[in-house]
Design a protein around this ligand. Structure first.
Ligand SMILES: C[S@@+](CC[C@H](N)C(=O)[O-])C[C@H]1O[C@@H](n2cnc3c(N)ncnc32)[C@H](O)[C@@H]1O
Length: 310
């Protein structure tokens, strides 16, 4: 399928109709803006397609309400250990995240990893936002240079969701296994059992880019093992490897140590072995107007840190 045909099918998918070629106005248009719009529509269309059966559930909104309440109570385990919650969470929360992550992966300091052979290890990425954002960003680099080995890790039973994403992505964006290899590893990243620690440390050692996107706060519910994980991570990372941390810019990311309160990134900024490459304490991702998706797509306020191992 050509890009033009794919654009038409994407627009059709979203119940927007593309004009027949002969009726197109000859007026000049901003190609870059059009490509951005196309990528955004394609991301949403891909997620909608991959989550079709979830949207068809009669209890979709009931489950979504329960998830929202669990977030307020910080009952993360309650959300992410129930299979049906995972599906509804993905259908509802992933679109906004994936659009935001697409923008993040397109930043030059990160896009360079998609433009050469790289291993990218995404902790807590089972719901597919990282996969969707990254695969969309890959359209920004020449196909012949794409050699990404993406290893996704999560505690939740996400394999069928990720499989559905992967199939839809390969179909829509024409990415083959050589351009993008996807692996899913299900485990508790904080679990101290030897075989788990060995595998996670191996991933830390061999990866060029390691991401923690909207997962740090959940890990820091268990402070001592989370701190131990960060220490192992920084020790294991190879020289020049990068660590990307993206998290809510609000009070959700506050961490109590003794009687003081810190933002999670303050703790990371203080680590001597890491050099700060990108650091923004608060940034909004606002999606374009008039998107078509079965439910509202959320805008996001986040902090971002990109570090390089010295
Ligand atoms: C708020 S969601 C964010 C998901 C995804 N990164 C995104 O941005 O859309 C947090 C994710 O972290 C995962 N998670 C929480 N605790 C974890 C742990 N101890 N080990 C691995 N994954 C964990 C959850 O299962 C969930 O998928």
């Amino acid at each position: 399928m050509t890009q033009q045909e794919d654009l038409s099918s994407t627009l059709n998918d979203l119940s927007l109709t593309s004009k027949p070629k002969s009726l197109k106005p000859k007026a000049s248009y901003d190609k870059a803006a059009l490509r951005e719009r196309w990528n955004i529509l394609a991301i949403l269309s891909m997620i909608r397609k991959a989550c079709m059966s979830t949207f068809a559930r009669k209890d979709f909104f009931k489950i979504l309400q329960i998830i929202k309440m669990s977030f307020v109570q910080r009952d993360y385990e309650g959300i992410f250990t129930d299979a049906i919650n995972l599906e509804v969470y993905t259908a509802a929360y992933v679109p906004g995240r994936a659009l935001c992550y697409y923008e993040i992966f397109c930043r030059p300091q990160i896009l360079k990893f998609l433009n050469r052979p790289s291993q990218i290890y995404c902790v807590g990425s089972g719901s597919g936002s990282e996969l969707a954002g990254l695969a969309a960003a890959m359209t920004r680099v020449p196909a012949e240079r794409q050699r990404v080995n993406l290893v996704m890790q999560d505690i939740g039973e996400y394999s069928s969701i990720l499989k559905s994403f992967e199939t839809t992505i390969r179909d829509k964006w024409l990415l083959n296994e050589e351009q993008l290899t996807c692996t899913y590893e299900q485990s508790d990243v904080l679990d101290q059992e030897e075989s788990n620690v060995d595998l996670i440390d191996k991933r830390f050692r061999e990866s060029d880019l390691i991401t923690f996107m909207f997962v740090m706060n959940e890990l820091f519910v268990k402070k001592a093992p989370a701190m131990a994980l960060i220490q192992r991570l920084v020790k294991s990372m190879k020289k020049g490897a990068h660590l990307l941390v993206v998290e809510s810019a609000g009070s959700f990311s506050q961490l109590k140590v003794g009687n003081k309160t810190y933002m999670v990134y303050m703790l990371l900024d203080a680590l001597q072995d890491l050099e700060l490459v990108v650091g923004e304490d608060s940034r909004w991702y606002r999606h374009p107007d008039h998107l078509k998706y079965p439910i509202d797509v959320q805008n996001m306020r986040y902090f971002i840190r990109l570090y390089k191992k010295k």
